[in-house]
Design a binder for this molecule. Structure first.
Ligand code: FDA
Length: 298
């Protein structure tokens, strides 16, 4: 990131939420479930699969975690009622894992059981490193009984060991992403190329070992190399999928569709949009730059 980009990102917290919200709206479906349904229906019509995320994370309030849990169950009902091509993505800290692990697990179990009753898959998002071990343990427990998968991060040095261990224990379903949180150097790769190398090493290991993988990236280098691996292992389109975030690189989505792959779009919605949106904007300082400029009127 250039010095200018770093400056732009550092300025973001001082920009009023309403202005950030205007530009960030490209990354979220809206505030209500009806907004999410509209977006999902539009994406489904374009031949895209979806995963719906109720925005929220790191909550320290029980009522909020319970509200998120109930909202997820409403989403599951709606997927069935509206016949949407979609599953759900959940963040454990939104369901109260950091308030009290038992409370968080009970909420998660309610969501996962409700999804199973409706034959809907659940993906557990991966959050920052203090939660990695517990998230993987919970995934490992749940997968014995339910149709669930977990996200893993290529920037973490531990991920290869985690993946090998999980794959040795049974069929695995991963979303492979680079990782979005700021992690210390001791545990995380920092260079663009070393993260890419680890991403490809992980993907190779997963595909060679028969894991189902959601290849979650907009990095063209990784997408090209992933397509080569898919050819190398002669995978059918049911054995993997590509995944992208709402509002990011429509051109690549169209390109992958035209190559015959399945693509799933991550569709976040809800009133807790600020944290998610500012992370997206920090990934893309060019857009963040427009906000800063428009705010300062230059
Ligand atoms: P990279 O950041 O290099 O981006 C490649 C290109 O994509 C850029 O050059 C730009 O053109 C475009 N681009 C990327 N971000 C953009 C943006 N915000 N706006 C506009 N253009 C943009 N992380 C995590 O820690 N836990 C998780 O559970 C998940 N889950 C998840 C699900 C899905 C479906 C995706 C696609 C990603 C995640 N992530 C995640 C986020 C992921 O870890 C990563 O931070 C982003 O995907 C950006 O990394 P890329 O691999 O896209 O490469």
């Amino acid at each position: 990131m250039s010095l200018f980009d770093r400056l732009v990102v550092a300025t973001l917290p001082f920009i009023p939420r309403v202005i950030v919200g205007k530009v960030a709206s490209q990354y979220i479906a809206g505030v209500t479930l009806a907004d999410a349904v509209n977006v999902v229906q539009r994406l489904n019509q374009q031949g895209l699969l979806t995963t719906i995320d109720v925005l929220g994370e790191f909550t320290d309030r029980r009522e909020e975690a319970e509200r998120s849990t109930d909202k997820y169950i409403e989403v599951l009902d709606t997927i069935v009622a509206e016949k949407l091509e979609g599953n759900i993505s959940v963040k454990l800290t939104a369901l109260g894992l950091s308030i009290d692990p038992r409370f968080g697990r009970t909420n998660l179990w309610r969501v996962v059981k409700s999804a199973a009753d409706r034959h809907i898959f659940v993906r557990i998002d991966m959050e920052d490193s203090p939660h990695t071990t517990e998230t993987l343990e919970i995934y490992d427990e749940l997968r014995r009984e339910f149709n669930v998968g977990v996200a893993v991060q290529a920037y973490l040095k531990r991920t290869m060991d985690d993946v090998i261990r999980l794959m040795a224990k049974g069929p695995a379903n991963f979303r492979l992403c680079k990782g979005i949180y700021v992690e210390p150097e001791e545990i995380a790769y920092k260079g663009r190329e070393e993260i890419r190398e680890n991403y490809m090493a992980l993907l190779d290991r997963m595909l060679a070992g028969g894991a189902y993988v959601g290849i979650a990236t907009h990095d063209e280098v990784l997408l090209n190399r992933s397509e080569e691996l898919i050819k190398k292992y002669r995978l059918t389109r049911e054995q993997y999928e590509f995944q992208m975030l709402l509002g990011v690189r429509h051109d690549l989505r169209r390109q992958l569709l035209s190559h015959g792959h399945r693509i799933r779009t991550y569709v976040p919605f809800g009133d807790a949009w600020y944290g998610y949106s500012t992370r997206r904007l920090k990934e893309n300082p060019q857009i963040a730059g427009y906000i800063v400029k428009s705010f300062f009127g230059k």
